[in-house]
Design a protein around this ligand. Structure first.
Ligand code: CP
Length: 307
């Protein structure tokens, strides 16, 4: 795979292979291949989980990390992203893991088709895609249920600003899940109708298999919307309260990509509750990212055989 920028570019078979490979790494059924490669992690937007879990995955693969800090790099002097990446390619960097606020930042770079631009891994583009988060979410769901077909999955919250929602809605629909959405109606992008249905959060909550909560992205809200926002009102109307948690079936799982606004999207004490997989998602992220990075060194995503 030359670049990893949008999970929906892959076939269902390739996605399933990435999921099963990630789980095989986690369960010790497949050893992590040691590789001599050079990688730079460029985060133009803040990150804790994605940045550190890519670093952990790279370390486990034996990749050397070349330190480039966007905040102190020559992008601050006006150097373009393209020239920054060509510079890194020229000095021998094989791959760049990059997060940027511009949607589809990777499209013009791939279109350049320059051999100087290293392999690209999208660690999040604006409100576009978050494919490595999506893979670890799929891995977590598959780890729990062993399939996607027919699972009732509701994605709740700030859908219009969430790259996690956009990545997951499309892919879960393709994999046969019954996807529904809830949250403030004004944060519902109508093009999501093609992936599932908009519902009130409480409608059919007892039958859900997965309740996926989204962070309210204050940094992407208009100033006036931030001023008007009430944490208490949001929590009561759209959050996972104790009452809603108790209505979920025993086998249901609760997910959130994090960071969590405790007491807003989810009651503080429920972040670590039995049905929550929030910290499992983070642990799974390392293995999902090992699978992604390892696949960059292959022409295609090869099926693995596990004895
Ligand atoms: N889930 C996620 O992308 O978290 P970070 O912003 O901390 O990387």
């Amino acid at each position: 795979m030359r670049n990893f920028v949008n999970l929906n570019d892959l076939t269902k078979q390739e996605i399933m292979t990435l999921i099963t490979t990630s789980l095989a790494y986690k369960n010790g059924e497949l050893s992590v291949p040691k590789q001599t490669r050079y990688v730079a992690n460029l985060f133009f937007e803040n990150s804790t989980r994605t940045a550190s879990s890519f670093q952990m995955a790279e370390s486990k693969l034996g990749w050397q990390q070349i330190q480039v800090n966007p905040q102190t790099s020559s992008t601050q002097k006006g150097e373009s992203l393209s020239d920054t990446l060509k510079t890194l390619g020229a000095i021998g960097v094989d791959a760049v893991v990059l997060r940027h606020h511009v949607n589809e930042w990777y499209v013009p770079l791939i279109a350049e088709n320059s051999p100087l631009i290293p392999q690209l891994v999208n660690a999040g583009d604006g409100s576009g895609q978050h494919p490595s988060q999506s893979l670890l979410d799929l891995m977590t769901i598959y780890e729990n249920f062993g399939h996607f077909s027919g699972l009732k999955i509701r994605i709740v919250g700030d859908l219009s600003h969430s790259r996690v929602a956009r990545s997951n809605a499309e892919i879960l629909n393709r994999l046969g899940a019954q996807v529904s959405f809830a949250g403030p109606r004004e944060w519902y992008p109508t093009d999501f109708d093609q992936y599932g249905t908009y519902q009130e959060i409480d409608t059919g909550i007892e039958a859900l298999d997965v309740l996926m909560l989204l962070r309210v992205q204050h940094e992407r809200l208009a100033d006036q919307d931030n001023v008007m926002f009430s944490e208490t009102t949001y929590h009561q109307q759209f959050g996972l309260t104790h009452e809603r948690y108790d209505r979920l079936q025993k086998t249901a799982i609760v997910m959130h990509p994090a960071p969590v606004n405790r007491g807003v999207e989810i009651a503080d004490e429920l972040v670590e509750a039995d049905k929550s997989r929030i910290f499992t998602q983070m642990a799974n992220g390392v293995y999902a990212r090992i699978a992604i990075l390892a696949s960059l060194t292959e022409d295609k995503i090869n099926d693995i055989s596990i004895d």
